[in-house]
Design a protein around this ligand. Structure first.
Ligand SMILES: Cc1cc2nc3c(=O)[nH]c(=O)nc-3n(C[C@H](O)[C@H](O)[C@H](O)COP(=O)(O)OP(=O)(O)OC[C@H]3O[C@@H](n4cnc5c(N)ncnc54)[C@H](O)[C@@H]3O)c2cc1C
Length: 295
């Protein structure tokens, strides 16, 4: 099948893009890397009458890494840029750990940070990473700019806080405090496929070697990235030793009701949640771990 006919607009400025989007409303679709949108159009799951291409809009492709390690990434930063930046790997190890798991190189060459977050596939890596990092998303519409924490941006299956006339323009990742550990792992049918289930986490360890904060995010487990609050609560105040992972991992399934589909049953996903939380935490809590990446 081919996409239905559509008009094409390639604005040069954000103001122009916002104006076009508010003029055409639901008839329009924004085009970023096109890696998710093109199949959607080809299958006629959406038939917009106009595509607004963000690729020539100035100011959306920057990747600024501050001296303290905080990062401001434009929505049009390509996945491959996130993967290959050594500065970003140092400042935000969790992003670096996750990127090789996003699709394949060819897709990462075109796919963008903003496209992935806006598309909001529940099995995608970047939405979970954004939540685990405590990122803030910057949205721009006709009435101005607003900021939304990643934890409130994802609303459900392919659904976000973006209004139909808003564009995601950038993402701020706060600096990682000293003592922060990270963990990332996923299981997919084949490398490059979306995850059946994955875990992205950050754990802060204080000077007394105890866990002072934890964000444990599961993806592929529900309609949106979700936090394993019971695991997080059980970690706080405990000595940061790998054995703690074994103790708290069973709590990963507290309140978890994953879907069953052609990839995996709900019970298998529950088992993956327990196993991957245990593995990622054990690596992150290992002595001297700066960034735990379980594989
Ligand atoms: C074979 C295959 C395998 C894949 N595997 C994975 C995987 O394992 N993990 C994974 O995470 N992804 C995977 N992807 C998706 C890939 O990462 C996409 O690049 C990504 O989901 C969408 O990014 P994009 O820039 O291509 O967005 P597009 O396809 O251009 O857009 C996606 C949607 O977001 C909207 N949008 C785009 N940018 C903005 C913006 N700035 N503001 C508001 N709305 C916007 C578009 O209108 C559209 O609705 C896969 C894709 C393919 C084709």
């Amino acid at each position: 099948m081919k996409a239905a006919a559509f008009d094409y607009l390639a604005p040069r400025s954000l103001d122009e893009a916002v104006e076009a989007l508010s003029k055409h409303g639901d008839d329009a679709k924004l085009l970023a890397g096109g890696q998710s949108l093109a199949p959607v159009l080809a299958l006629r799951l959406a038939s917009p009458t106009i595509l607004i291409d963000l690729n020539r809009v100035e100011g959306l492709g920057g990747l600024e890494i501050e001296a303290d390690g905080s990062v401001l990434a434009g929505a049009m930063v390509r996945s491959r840029t996130l993967e290959r930046s050594p500065e970003l790997a140092r400042a935000q190890p969790l992003i670096h750990a996750a990127m090789p798991w996003v699709a394949h190189v060819q897709i990462r060459n075109r796919g963008t940070l903003g496209g992935s977050l806006s598309h909001a596939d529940p099995s995608a890596e970047l939405p979970a990473v954004a939540v685990a990092c405590g990122a803030t998303l910057r949205l721009q519409g006709p009435s101005g700019r607003r900021e939304v924490p990643a934890g409130s941006f994802f609303k459900g299956l392919f659904t976000t806080a973006l209004a139909s006339d808003e564009i995601l323009v950038g993402v701020r990742f706060p600096a990682c405090p000293a003592g922060r550990r990270h963990g990332f792992a996923e299981i997919a049918r084949r490398h490059g496929d979306y995850a059946m289930l994955g875990v992205a986490l950050s754990v802060d360890v204080d000077a007394a070697a105890r866990v002072s904060a934890a964000t444990v995010v599961l993806f592929g487990a529900a309609d949106l990235p979700i936090r394993a609050h019971a695991v997080e609560a059980a970690l706080i105040g405990e000595p940061a030793v790998p054995g703690l992972a074994e103790q708290v991992a069973p709590l990963a399934t507290d309140g978890l009701e994953p879907r069953s589909d052609h990839q995996a049953s709900a019970e298998y996903r529950r088992e993956l949640a327990r196993v991957l939380v245990r593995r990622t935490l054990a690596t992150a809590l290992a002595p001297g771990a700066a960034s735990g990446v379980a594989r």
